[in-house]
Design a protein around this ligand. Sequence first.
Ligand SMILES: [Zn+2]
Ligand SMILES: [Zn+2]
Length: 263
Amino acid sequence: MIRPDAWDVVALRYASKTLPSAHLALDADPHEADGQLDYFVWVCRQGDRIVLVDTGFEAGEGSRRGRALILDPVEGLARLGIAAEAVTDVFITHLHYDHAGNLSRFPNARVHLQDAEMAYATGRCMCHARMRKPFSVADVVTAVELVYKDRVVFHDGDFRLYPGLSGKLVGGHSKGLQMLVIGEAAPLVLASDALHLSRYLDDDRIFPAFGDYLATVEGYRVLREMIVEGAEIVPGHDPDVLRHYGRVDPRWEDAVRLRAPVV
Ligand SMILES: [Zn+2]
Ligand SMILES: [Zn+2]
């Protein structure tokens, strides 16, 4: 039986990049210091259910964008004792290149995606270079191929994936962006790119790439309400995540446990 409070949740950093301040926030002052973005995938495990949240970028796509892998996400999973074949579910927060590469490498997983995200990534918005820039067409094509192989489960809004794991549609940064809410009382929220860095919520700043400005700041409002109700928010690209949580293995700085199962 799957228990809502028995998920083991790990964040795995697979890449890191220092960017000029102007690339980090829409209204950044050019005199502000450069900042670091870390790139993560997240894993929720309970028994033989293994839910991978996002799949990282593919090495070649990363290097074309000047971003090197610290470790390949699939190798990182292996280091956690998880074979790619054992992943039962892939929850794609959104189809940007750094969240939906490597999709073909999980041969037994169902892929959970919002209708709005596939429509966005394959529709008229992609006629505009600025809108399509965070997408890799190869990753989008792979996602379409998986649809034709009966491997994609589409969702239209909020849904329950398993007891204690729920998808929550926020949109904004990408039109079909969804977060994963883990647990019921005082949930842990994998916000992905609904919140790149924790401080954005304090400063009311947004990352300069977005599909819909209003939905992005409305997403912040939703996150603030969730915090008031006791939620713990895990931002999508914040280097503080590795400082804030305990390591899975003391000799490995790139993997931290966000939540341990209640026994
Ligand atoms: Zn993104
Ligand atoms: Zn991202």
